[in-house]
Design a protein around this ligand. Structure first.
Ligand code: FES
Length: 120
């Protein structure tokens, strides 16, 4: 897991954003975890887009950063192989689970996430 690259939050649209890293620090098809306040946030780059989720698996709290991101966009938890879609966080196995998403944006070559997950 990485620490947050810069601690100065950027505010926009009522969401407090925190800078994580430079855009080119994460390759397409890769993921990494960052400490954001009390959250461990999993930043995923897939299909040229960024997604951010609570990194803690909803099953038994293993970090998804230790898992795998497959070429077809599936995040697999290493502990018991639960699977989630990289583009949205919807559970595949089991289908009734979903990762908590954080707002994410890219500005001036830097990646930012919201300090709190989306309310849903
Ligand atoms: S802790 Fe992730 S699948 Fe069990």
């Amino acid at each position: 897991m990485e620490g947050v690259a810069a601690s100065a939050p950027a505010a926009s649209d009522g969401v407090e954003y925190v800078e994580l890293c430079a855009e080119d620090e994460l390759w397409d098809g890769d993921m990494d975890a960052f400490d954001v306040g009390e959250h461990e946030v999993l930043l995923v780059r897939y299909g040229g887009r960024y997604f951010a989720y609570d990194a803690i698996c909803p099953h038994q709290s293993t970090s998804l950063a230790d898992g795998e991101l497959t070429e077809d966009g599936v995040i697999i938890c290493r502990a018991h192989l639960w699977e989630f879609r990289a583009d949205g966080g919807q559970g595949i196995n089991p289908a009734n689970e979903c990762l908590k998403a954080f707002p994410v944006k890219v500005e001036d070559g830097r990646v930012f996430v919201g300090a709190e997950p989306d309310a849903r």
